[in-house]
Structures are given as C-alpha cells and as structure tokens.
Design a protein around this ligand. Structure first.
Ligand SMILES: [Zn+2]
Ligand SMILES: [Zn+2]
Length: 327
C-alpha cells in the first residue's frame, strides 16, 4: 500500500494522520510542525527566555524524550540540565535505564543528573507506600510520589542555579488536570494552572510545561519515529484505587475520539478565560510562611510542609542531600 502525499509539502509520504487538523503529514513536516507549536507556546507566555538555565525533568518515557529533542532545537543546550528521579517502584526505572537518557542528553550537550528517593529521603516510594498502609496512613501513593518529586525538582533547580523547572506534561495531562479542577470546583487550582500564574511565584523556581499544547499521541509518535528507546512503564499504583484522574482520562479519550480537537479547544478557551485572573494573581503574590522543619515555603495553615508531613507519617526524616551521576 502506498501512502498518500503529505498535505503540507506534497513531496513526502504522509505517515501521520493528525485528526485535530485533518492533515496527513510526512515525518519531516510533522516534526517541524511540533517544534514550531512548542516554540510559539513558549513565546506566547514567555515560558523561558534565551538566556535562562533550564532544569528538565526527564523520566525516560516518550514525553521526556520528545521534550529533550524539541527543546534542543529551540534553546541553547549548554543552558539545559536534565534530571531523572528514580522513585523506586516495582517495574519502575533504575539507574541502568537512566543511562539511556543520559547518553542522549549528553549527545545534545545537555548534562544529566540522577537522583533517587532512597538517597534523598532514605526509602523508596514502594517502601513508603508499604509503611503508610501498615500504619494506616490515609495518603495515596500518588501523593507521596507527586509531592516528593516536586520537592526534589525544586531543590535541584536551586542547587543548579536553574531559572525554570521544565516538565514534559502534554496536552492530555493538562486537560485532565483542568477537568479535575472543574469537577472539584477548584477555581484557584484552575487559575494556578495558567502559565502566567505559574511564572508569577516568588517562593519557588517557576515550573513550565512547553508541551502543553501537544497531544499525548503526538509526543508518542515523535519519540517513537525518532527512534528513542522509550521506557513504557505503567505506574503500578494507577489501577489500585481508580482515581478521579483516571476517570477524567477515560472520559476525555472518548470526547476526543468522537470530536477530534476537543481537548485543544478546551485548553485554548481556558487560556483566554483565565488569563485576567492569572494576571491579577501574578500582581499580588502572597509571601508564604516557612516549614518549621526544612524551611521550605508552605501553606499559611501548616506548621510543616506537605513533604515533611508525609515523611513524618511514615517515620522518615530527610537524609543528607545527594546526587549521583550515572557512568
Ligand atoms: Zn511533508
Ligand atoms: Zn518541610
């Protein structure tokens, strides 16, 4: 079977059908289009500036390879450091697997740092989850994972003098989070998702998401067609207790399947609708109180930050900070 010609260049063979635009693209045009969309999104909100030092959170999954590849085309790779966090979960990533990302990062001239939960907090995520269930602590694995990963990113960003923490969240991730915030009626959470609000923080290194308008199937196609050794590890805790995120994910797949472009249009609408609120939040950032144990910024009602509280619940105290470089 011969493939039809590319909708854009007419010369290449169209390998990739893009339902939300109706285009059939050759690999070269698809790759160029994804890079341009990311470049435009970065410029539109000022996600980072040319002189900025970026810390890229890379897990080894498709999104992170795509992030590394795309950013190396739009930013000075000498100002980028990649960070891999090894949580320590059954079937999860190990130091050996992080070496694959390391090789690619360094081939682009990007330094790579590997940090594990065990080095950082004295236990793996799996050990924390086991201890939490033994002690009857009502915290979900995703809470430990999310809060403690963010803590590592923040500390590494400060250590490395980064201006931005860059994560590989794609459009599907963002649309799910937005829908969850809507379903919970969490207006503030919704506004905080806006790139303008995310950049306004004084207490944290701003976290930005350059792939926020790229569909998950597109990051997968990009990474796969580029030939990256993608780790497709599914989180073992995903189906343990069906979360709101999982339900939102399934509902959104159905919507997108029947009306391609739905998620993109929803996020574009939210970007416009929420911008005034995000700007006003940015004009009056609140000075946050400090955690009594670690000194990190925390919410006004807390004595300990969420990270310290979680660690305390499973009988851990912070181990001295360490980073290790894979060979
Ligand atoms: Zn083409
Ligand atoms: Zn703390």
């Amino acid at each position: 079977m011969t493939l039809p010609p590319c909708s854009l260049c007419g010369g290449g063979r169209a390998e990739i059908k893009q339902p939300h635009t109706g285009l059939r693209l050759c690999w070269r045009c698809f790759r160029r289009q994804v890079v341009e969309r990311v470049r435009n999104e970065v410029k539109r909100w000022g996600l980072f500036e040319p002189g900025h030092r970026l810390l890229l959170a890379v897990s080894g999954g498709k999104d992170s390879f795509t992030l590394l590849d795309v950013l190396s085309q739009i930013h000075d790779t000498g100002r980028m450091v990649a960070l891999t966090i090894i949580e320590g979960i059954p079937g999860g990533y190990h130091v050996e697997e992080a070496r694959a990302i390391s090789r690619y990062a360094r081939s682009y001239g990007v330094d790579h740092v590997v940090v594990s939960f065990r080095d950082y907090f004295g236990a793996t995520l799996a050990e924390m989850v086991r201890e939490a269930s033994r002690r009857g602590v009502g915290e979900k694995p995703c809470t430990f994972c999310g809060v403690l990963r963010r803590r590592i990113m923040e500390e590494q960003a400060r250590l490395l003098g980064a201006d931005r923490v860059v994560t590989a969240h794609n459009l599907d991730d963002e649309a799910q989070t937005a829908l969850m915030n809507l379903l919970r009626g969490d207006y503030v959470g919704l506004v905080r998702m806006h790139p303008v609000a995310a950049l306004a923080t004084r207490d944290f290194v701003p976290r930005v998401k350059p792939l926020r308008k790229v569909y998950e199937w597109e990051t997968a196609a990009y990474a796969f067609r580029s030939g990256y050794p993608i780790q497709s590890v599914e989180c073992p805790y995903l189906y343990e207790a069906p979360t709101l995120r999982l339900r939102a994910r399934l509902a959104m797949y159905r919507l997108e399947g029947s009306r391609p472009g739905s998620l993109l249009r929803m996020m574009e609408a939210l970007d416009v609708l929420l911008e005034p609120a995000a700007r006003s939040l940015a004009r009056s950032p609140v000075e946050l109180p400090r955690c009594a144990r670690c000194g990190a910024p925390t919410s006004p009602t807390r004595r300990l930050c969420k990270a310290c509280e979680l660690l305390e619940k499973v009988g851990l105290r912070r181990a001295p900070q360490q980073t290790l470089q894979p060979g």
